[in-house]
Design a protein around this ligand. Structure first.
Ligand code: ADP
Ligand code: MG
Length: 686
């Protein structure tokens, strides 16, 4: 029996060095390898006739070579190989580069199967660098080929080979769902599903395999959530905050008037806080809708009732921003706020910790550093997590455990359609701020193709000359990230290029996720302080940073981002008194891209964007869900698999009602599925 936990290096064709590369993809053992699913597929199984070929498509053809391969050397290492094939309906000229040995592999008069991209110019049909097999063999053609998400150090064909070797090594996989579920839902068995998802023998089988694996993932998540909710409902006694502390006392002192939505949400929070049952509430509100102030007012109530409050933020910069806001609003009531983040000196940290423990600090704001064991509270009564999708369930429970059933408020700017939210956040009550503060300038959104580059650049200069700042967001950090994405803009490259030519007179900054946290903070700080005019970055700037002076957000290859994410990025500008612009540069002319860009131009309502996103995503869209702040899945797609999600949810409710702790014999496997889901590397992120 093969052990699925065996190191991946023992798989044929891997070894020490390649194992390290696979580690970068999160593949450590055999199990990781065989559950590393394809991103998409290439159908090389349908054979086309040459006469039916259209320009630009990728096709499989079965043809005969009508002349020997002609090799033309162009210097020592460069060469061009050319020959002509026919399938009786037409001729096709085929060219390879720098592969002179092909002249020995392809013989005149013999038949081959070719797969590649064709160009048709009048009657001249051409194919460049196709893959090919003799007609009786189909290792690289004639079937459906998996396409894996890869990095440049590993070639697509190598990956296919390794996965195939891994599967060969694997004995029949044990079923992971209980029999009664497999039967009732007519699921493909687990072993077949895993094998078919990599090398489907037909699209029918691919669909069945995918459906099966999606089912497992959704089941693990839904059962886990429901189990959690059940545990939460177990008559836990929380804190009953005093009715004598009035939120309105603090609200009336604010420098602005709260929106009606903010007021309504605060009423909901207030009533939760005055109730014995611990608050467990999700606060959803578009970027800039003013969630922070809501959290601060809640903290006011907690502190004035004799408790401490904590606000957990995903980055140091956000933590600092929150601290400033807290001090501004709360210090006048004698409330003491402090910060705890990574990278503090030992002495400062020690002092901060001791003040938290003694209760001298009332409101603690910080990053992941707050989760550490040595952070001990005196009397923690309120936990707020900002940008909740950056934290996992485990992290949330870690901070909650530092208090005695404290009230919990999680905040999110991710506009998830309500139907989906109810399913996903099954264990939370939901409040929504559906209104922006009145002083907001509308952000003008413009979608342009690459052709408009120079016009855009002069607009940027004009704005910077007037004192404004600009964000430029690229989909990649650098070029080595993804083989197939050669045409995409990378932040590093744009930065180097702009520094040399277009924007050489300006102060440029570069920011991406591969930089050290300290470097990132520094760049963001400099941008905030106006020391950088144009910030070129990846999506790391997405999270809640407030730079009121920034007036332009340019997004390169906007077609590569989810709509919800585009909307989040757009929300980085328009936060001050200046007219602001979001410029979406798209690099593809597809119908879908156009439709998506038009939608962004037309609406500035986050919820509308999210709902449209759901509608526009076809099944061919394998984009991850990370960008939406939704739980991360290996294969399920919460947007396209909504129907499955509903079905699984109904079933999960049935199961949990009958067996709340999943202890019955028949549900043993389900319990394992849940444990896996909640402890795996890609643990659920809500
Ligand atoms: P988000 O919901 O994205 O976290 P913030 O809480 O950062 O938004 O608020 C964005 C900005 O709006 C802040 O500068 C905040 O002070 C301001 N703000 C919040 N509520 C109001 C309001 N009712 N009227 C005017 N400005 C407000
Ligand atoms: Mg925020």
């Amino acid at each position: 029996m093969t052990n699925l936990k065996n190191n991946v290096k023992y798989v044929k064709g891997v070894g020490e060095a390649r194992a390290k590369t696979l580690n970068k993809l999160g593949i450590y053992d055999l199990e990781d390898l065989i559950t590393y699913y394809p991103r998409s597929y290439e159908d090389r199984s349908q054979i086309k006739k040459i006469k039916d070929i259209t320009d630009g498509e990728k096709v499989s053809i079965e043809v005969r070579a009508i002349m020997p391969v002609n090799v033309r050397m162009m210097g020592r290492y460069k060469s061009i190989e050319k020959t002509i094939f026919t399938d009786e309906t037409g001729n096709i000229t085929v060219t390879w580069f720098n592969q002179p040995y092909i002249s020995k592999q392809i013989k005149r008069g013999e038949k081959y199967r070719l797969f590649g991209k064709v160009s048709v110019k009048g009657s001249f049909i051409e194919m460049n660098s196709p893959v090919f097999d003799p007609i009786d063999k189909n290792s690289n053609t004639g079937k459906i080929i998996p396409v894996y998400p890869l990095i440049s150090e590993i070639k697509p064909n190598t990956m296919r080979k390794i996965i195939s070797n891994g599967l060969e090594l694997t004995d029949k996989l044990e079923e992971i769902e209980p029999d009664y579920i497999v039967k009732k839902y007519n699921l493909m068995d687990y072993d077949t599903a895993i094998r078919q998802i990599h090398f489907p023998s037909s699209f029918e089988n691919f669909k069945k395999a995918r459906k099966r694996l999606v089912f497992d993932e959704l089941m693990g998540m839904q059962l886990g959530l429901l189990k959690l909710k059940g545990e939460n409902d177990d008559e836990v006694k929380g804190i009953k905050y005093s009715k004598d502390v009035n939120m309105s006392d603090a609200i009336n002192d604010l420098p602005f008037k709260l929106t009606n939505a903010q007021k309504k949400v605060l009423e909901e929070i207030n009533s939760d806080m005055e109730n014995t049952k611990p608050m467990n509430r999700l606060l959803q509100g578009d970027v800039g809708s003013g969630k922070t102030i809501v959290a601060i007012i809640a903290a006011y109530k907690a502190v004035k009732s004799g408790y401490q409050a904590v606000i957990l933020a995903p980055t140091m910069i956000l933590a600092k921003q929150h601290l400033e806001n807290c001090n501004e609003i709360l210090s006048k009531y004698g409330i003491k706020c402090d910060i705890l983040v990574g990278g503090m000196t030992a002495k400062t940290k020690r002092e901060a910790l001791s003040k938290i423990e003694s209760g001298e600090t009332d409101v603690v704001i910080g990053t992941h550093a707050l989760l550490e064991e040595n952070v001990v509270f005196n009397k923690l009564g309120l936990v707020v997590t900002d940008e909740q999708h950056r934290f996992g369930v485990k992290q949330r429970s870690k901070i909650i455990a530092k208090g005695d059933n404290p009230d919990v408020l999680v905040m999110s700017a991710t506009p998830i359609p309500r139907t989906l939210a109810l399913i996903l956040y099954g264990d939370l009550d939901i409040s929504i701020i559906d209104e922006l503060p009145p002083n907001r300038k509308k952000i003008e959104t413009i979608a342009v193709s690459k052709k408009a580059e120079s016009r855009i650049n002069s607009f940027v200069k004009q704005q910077v000359n007037q004192g404004r700042q600009v964000y430029i967001v690229c989909p990649l950090v650098d070029k080595t990230e993804n083989l197939e994405d050669e045409k995409l803009s990378s932040a590093t490259e744009k930065y180097e290029q702009y520094k040399k030519d277009e924007f050489k007179e300006y102060r440029l900054g570069l920011l991406h996720g591969k930089m050290k946290p300290k470097e990132k903070e520094k760049v963001m700080e400099d941008f905030k302080d106006g020391k950088i005019d144009i910030l070129i970055s990846t999506t790391v700037i997405e999270v809640g940073v407030d730079v009121p002076n920034a007036s332009i957000m340019i997004i390169e290859n906007a077609e590569r981002f989810g709509l919800a994410q585009l909307h989040q990025l757009r929300g980085r500008v328009g936060r001050g008194e200046y007219a602001s612009y979001c410029i979406l540069k798209y690099g593809s002319n597809g119908k879908k891209t156009k439709e998506r860009m038009e939608l962004m131009v037309k609406t500035d309502n986050g919820m509308e964007v999210a709902e449209k996103d759901l509608e526009l995503r076809g099944s061919g869209d394998f984009f991850g869900t990370m960008q939406h702040g939704l739980p991360e899945f290996k294969i399920a797609n919460l947007f396209t698999d909504v129907e499955e999600l509903k079905e699984v949810q109904a079933l999960a409710i049935e199961i949990i009602n009958e067996d709340p702790k999943l202890t019955q014999e028949k549900n043993k496997k389900l319990n394992k599925l849940v444990m896996q889901r909640f402890t795996s590397k890609q643990a659920i992120t809500i």
